[in-house]
Design a protein around this ligand. Structure first.
Ligand code: FAD
Ligand code: NAD
Length: 468
């Protein structure tokens, strides 16, 4: 039987990053993945393919809606070739997943393909596709088995008409009318993909606003812009039934007043969140406990109820984000190696890759109000930037929330072009506990979208923005 210092179950961004860090720290490491390709949800059916389709559909939309403004005339029809877009997306995925295989080999990490399940706290049985089973032994084990789409109790996901993000990333036709249940990250990103490609898109959201966990100002701005782009929103609507026919889906919901309303579409995307995935792991054989939400219980060291077994990423509490899983992968590897790592969960940014993008880090205004924190706010509109006018991307703003007395930055909320990248400046600033004045006094290259961060900081620190 092969023995390892560490065995990791699951090769998503949590698992594969943990494996690399363990190997860097000199541990003999194995990684177990039930699918043929490495990379987990993120690389195969999540972050990467969704961004590939967002980029392709963005180019198409620019060509039909914005090229003319820039003096670019195209004679003849501009057509969206969905098959080619999906093929390109798959190429992007394949390049990325083979990149992970390269990284595993480079770091001398042993890869096992098969379903891992606990025999006991130090042994894992791996059931391979060809029916063979192999058992390995490991001193330490990291569970990184991720998550799967969740649904509502009365919805049957037939994966043909009533679909999850996984099917939405590989459709064979552009929907005529895509009805999206859930105005969160997946619903808005994939809704925008198909809106740009010509589908009618209706988003039904249970709460009173889309992206309800983010700062309310971001929900408002994004909904306004997406509405201008033609996406229809039905907030405060409670879906009560979903019925799929051969070519049509009927969705029934109670509207704001409690009256039943009906939506008919050719596809219905169910994007109401994801649930931790622990099927087949045999957690009880290892003495690992999960909570009522199905998440594996961990302590501050991400250690489970079995002291040599750790859990990271979507399968435990916290934001279901690739970069959160990665941080936890590094954290656990370093903990096993005897180091004392640290993660500041408050500084894990959240991004929505619509256009305009939405990005945030730290506390929202709602959270600060609830906690009774005395804060001040500075805001700067993207449309006031020379850079935004040059590109034509004038929607959105940057908002900085700072402590009323100390001026320390407590939260940064952005909507606009390239804010997914701009948010890194806010994370750095907050990591070093910068004040709004610190950001305001740093030189920001002109003309850039980043100038909005400086201007918002100037506004927060003393209502002295220069360009508004
Ligand atoms: P996963 O990536 O889910 O990987 C778990 C792996 O474990 C899988 O490969 C699975 O096959 C394997 N596995 C499970 N059980 C076993 C077993 N018993 N034996 C062997 N293998 C097993 N996050 C972002 O930060 N940015 C984004 O832009 C983003 N976009 C997304 C878009 C979509 C459409 C979706 C669905 C998700 C997106 N996410 C995004 C979320 C992100 O994908 C997850 O947070 C991330 O993948 C979690 O990583 P993980 O390592 O915990 O688990
Ligand atoms: P989500 O939690 O982001 O959004 C789910 C939405 O569905 C929420 O707005 C919620 O209020 C709504 N909802 C819940 N029940 C409902 C009901 N009965 N009727 C109508 N609406 C209902 O979940 P998601 O969009 O499915 O994404 C799943 C996970 O994947 C998220 O945790 C997210 O972090 C991750 N993800 C991240 C990115 C990114 O980082 N850009 C992209 C995609 C997915």
């Amino acid at each position: 039987m092969s023995t390892y210092d560490v065995a990791i179950i699951g090769s998503g961004p949590g698992g594969y990053v943990a494996a690399i860090r363990c190997a860097q720290l000199g541990m003999k490491t194995a990684i177990i993945e039930k699918y043929d390709t490495l990379g987990g949800t993120c690389l195969n059916v999540g972050c990467i393919p969704s961004k590939a389709l967002l980029d392709s559909s963005h180019h198409y939309h620019d060509a039909i809606a914005h090229f003319e403004d820039h003096g670019i005339e195209i004679s003849g029809d501009i057509k969206a070739n969905l098959k080619k877009m999906i093929d390109r997306k798959q190429n992007v995925v394949d390049t990325n997943t083979s990149g992970i295989k390269y990284l595993m080999d480079k770091n001398k990490i042993t890869i096992y393909h098969g379903m891992g399940s606990f025999v006991d706290a130090t042994h894992i049985s791996i059931a391979q596709a060809d029916g063979k089973t192999e058992e390995i032994e490991a001193k330490n084990i990291i569970i990184a088995t991720g998550s799967k789409p969740s649904t509502l109790p009365f919805i049957k996901l037939d994966k043909k008409r009533v679909i999850t993000s996984t099917e939405a990333l590989s459709l064979k036709e552009i929907p005529k009318h895509l009805v999206v249940i859930g105005g969160g990250v997946i619903g808005l990103e994939l809704g925008q993909v198909y809106k740009r490609l010509g589908a009618e898109v209706s988003v039904i959201e249970y709460m009173d606003r889309i992206i309800p966990t983010m700062d309310a100002s971001l929900s408002k701005e994004l909904q306004k812009v997406l509405k201008k782009q033609g996406v229809k929103f039905y907030t405060k609507h409670k879906v009560t039934a979903v019925k799929a026919g051969a070519k049509e889906v009927t969705i029934t919901a109670d509207d704001k007043k409690g009256n039943p309303v009906e939506f008919k579409g050719d596809y219905c995307l169910v994007s109401v969140g994801r649930k931790p995935y622990t099927d087949g792991l045999n957690l009880d054989k290892a003495g690992v406990k999960a909570n009522e939400k199905g998440q594996i219980d961990v302590n501050d060291h991400l250690q489970t109820s079995a002291s040599n077994i750790y859990a990271i990423g979507d399968v435990i509490k916290g934001a279901m984000l690739a970069h959160k899983a990665e941080e936890e992968g590094v954290f656990v590897a370093e903990t096993i190696a005897g180091q004392k790592p640290h993660i500041d969960y408050n500084l894990i940014p959240g991004v929505v890759y619509t256009w305009p993008e939405v990005a945030a880090v730290g506390k929202t205004e709602e959270q600060l109000k609830e906690a009774g924190v005395d804060y001040k706010s500075g805001q700067f509109a993207m449309r006031a930037l020379g850079r935004s006018r040059a590109s034509g991307d004038i929607d959105g703003f940057v908002k900085i929330l700072a402590d009323a007395k100390t001026d320390e930055v407590l939260g940064v909320h952005m909507c606009g072009a390239r804010v997914a990248d701009l948010i890194a400046e806010a994370v750095v600033a907050m990591e070093f506990r910068a004040s709004a004045e610190d950001i305001a006094r740093m030189s920001h290259a002109h003309p850039t979208y980043a100038e909005a961060v400086k201007e918002a900081a100037l506004d927060a620190t003393g209502k002295r923005a220069l360009h508004s």
